[in-house]
Ligand binder design. Structure first.
Ligand code: AVJ
Length: 328
């Protein structure tokens, strides 16, 4: 009982590629230039992100992992209080943290099935394979889809109570208004009684935050640069990777980490997919990612505005990361 459901546009990837080309053309055609962080996660980008999660500077994953370790029994009791449920994991990735909950659910013999969702097909294939070995009895449907497609799918295909996880501070990649809007959309695809758990990276020492996105070993730089490599690979681009550098900054008033790729000289790039040239002046930057940090009151308020009832917050020992539990 372990299946893969691929809701990405086309099996040959042609539609995905056309959309990628359109987004890249739009982002490089505007001023200031930007590219969406959702395109980080091809097979190579997903591997690099796994390396990021193991970095000494990238505290987020460890903080959430340890808070889940500490609170897993309470979480599982809250999730399973009303019997069978579908455990939906938005942006599951390698499900390293969710696996703690899966083990606990199995241990406590709670009735559930597991629905991990991710835009990375390679990540969902590997997760499916791992879970077949680790938990052969578990009912798993791994869904390859963008968030909104996935939310529509689950509303149509899952008939029982749902517990939706959106962990890892993935909400941070949305700009503030978009993040609020996304939580509203999640709420709209749920029924009263369903649960929603949101992982948020909380505001802390700006130096700590900056270091997490500007690690000494350069893995985050490689992760950022992979966006240009992917454009070269998939869209026939001719980006000179030596002509760009990773630059990251944190704004402690807005609580936002921003990542850029900065052109180190005047240069032109040609994309076969769009048959267009894009020019860069020296030190012109492409904005590639925002990672928003929130306060606890901001987070509870986001849930409330979306129509959720705040249930509880689980914090790590340092108080730097929170998993917020809401009820629809
Ligand atoms: C996967 C969105 C949580 O913003 O912290 C890590 C992605 N980018 N290092 C984050 C990321 C650079 C990460 N999220």
């Amino acid at each position: 009982p372990n299946t893969l459901i691929d809701l990405s546009r086309k099996t040959d990837g042609s539609q995905d590629r056309a959309e990628f080309a359109k987004d890249v053309a739009e982002g490089l055609g505007q001023s200031p230039k930007q590219l969406s962080s959702r395109y980080f996660y091809d097979a190579k980008g997903s591997r690099l992100f796994q390396q990021i999660m193991a970095l000494p500077e990238y505290y987020l994953t460890r903080a959430e992992y340890s808070l889940m370790q500490q609170h897993r029994s309470a979480m599982v009791s809250a999730f399973a209080a009303d019997g069978f449920f579908h455990l939906v994991d938005l942006g599951a990735g390698d499900a390293m943290k969710t696996n703690l909950l899966l083990q606990e659910l199995v241990k406590q013999e709670k009735p559930f099935d597991y629905v991990p969702m991710d835009i990375s097909g390679s990540a969902m294939q590997e997760l499916g394979k791992d879970l077949r070995q680790e938990h052969p009895e578990m009912h798993v449907r791994a869904v390859v889809a963008e968030y909104i497609t996935g939310l529509k799918w689950l509303e149509q295909h899952l008939n029982e109570r749902k517990v939706v996880l959106f962990l890892g501070s993935n909400i941070g990649n949305f700009e503030r208004e978009e993040g609020q809007d996304f939580i509203c959309q999640i709420r709209q695809h749920l029924q009263p009684g369903d649960l929603f758990m949101l992982g948020v990276d909380l505001r802390k020492d700006p130096g700590t935050i900056l270091a997490a996105y500007n690690d000494a070993s350069g893995i985050t730089a490689a992760f950022n640069m992979n966006l240009l490599e992917r454009i070269n690979r998939e869209l026939g681009g001719n980006f000179d990777l030596n002509g760009f550098k990773h630059y990251a900054l944190y704004d402690p008033q807005l609580g936002v980490m921003k990542s850029f790729l900065v052109s180190q000289r005047d240069q032109e790039v040609y994309l076969e997919a769009t048959q267009e040239r894009y020019s860069f002046t020296a030190w012109e930057a492409i904005h590639t990612e925002s990672s928003h940090k929130y306060t606890l009151p901001q987070t509870t308020e986001m849930g409330r505005l979306a129509g959720f009832e705040f249930v509880t917050s689980y914090l790590d020992e340092e108080g730097g990361f929170a998993d917020m539990l809401f009820k629809a």
